[in-house]
Ligand binder design. Structure first.
Ligand SMILES: [Fe+2]
Length: 241
């Protein structure tokens, strides 16, 4: 596949990273008493171990340039040393803490069935399918959004960035603005991380790996949708007929 075809196929997957229940998490529909389920599952499925997932791509990669990009991402996520000031998984816990949720719950999360399957696939794709698949899954799929096209096309819709006072957790659930440290950190580094992720994919993934990478991304997307179905249901939501 040509570079352009590969990019289009990757963008096609990312544009499907949208779930029917997402609006209910951002417009206040989900009851505050159930919101902890969403945060706990996200934390245990990928947030807590995100630096390790980046590390799996790093250790398998023979290309020094790509390793340096991944090492920078890993270092920031694991330590916050370049930007956030604290490890990102730790900063994530400021959300439940600020909302008054019981933090000990985050130490022993029981994954919902779809969460378990999604995590199993994240482990498999980051450990057993080579660096290209691992980097695609971690830096494109997990870190990316349905708005990736806007990086290449000024006419494509960019990811919405409401003022922090309009952040759903602040607006609908009473989270203090100070607890949005991770949101602030991500806004600071995100643009660079998105560009780096695409540079790596488009300039360094060997053509022989393209089909493999796309196939893995599609599998991960399918598992993510089932995972989000399970979280939605556990948060009291059902798809409207
Ligand atoms: Fe992060």
């Amino acid at each position: 596949m040509t570079r352009d075809e590969f990019r289009e196929a990757l963008l096609g997957v990312m544009e499907q990273k949208q779930h029917w229940a997402w609006a209910s998490f951002t417009n206040g529909t989900v009851a505050k008493a159930l919101l902890h389920v969403h945060l706990e599952q996200e934390y245990a499925v990928f947030v807590r171990d995100f630096p390790v997932l980046v590390g799996r791509a790093y250790v398998q990669c023979p290309i020094p340039f790509v390793r340096r990009e991944l090492a920078e991402n890993l270092y920031e996520e694991e330590t916050g040393g370049l930007h956030a000031g604290r490890p990102h998984p730790e900063l994530f816990l400021e959300y439940p803490k600020g909302l008054g949720f019981e933090l000990s719950r985050f130490e022993a999360v029981t994954l919902l069935p779809g969460a378990k399957l999604y995590r199993g696939l994240l482990d498999e794709t980051t450990q057993s399918r080579g660096w290209s698949v691992a980097a695609a899954v971690v830096t494109l799929f997990i870190e990316g959004t349905p708005h990736e096209r806007s990086l290449f096309d000024a006419a494509a819709p960019a990811r919405p960035e409401p003022a922090l006072t309009e952040h759903p957790l602040v607006k609908h659930y009473g989270l203090p603005i100070e607890s949005l440290a991770l949101t602030k950190a991500h806004r600071g580094v995100e643009g660079e991380h998105r560009k780096a992720a695409w540079r790596v994919m488009l300039d360094h993934v060997p053509e022989a790996e393209h089909v493999n990478v796309i196939g893995s991304m599609e599998q991960v997307l399918a598992a993510w949708l089932v995972y989000r179905d399970d979280v939605a249901q556990a948060c009291g939501l059902a798809p409207s007929a």
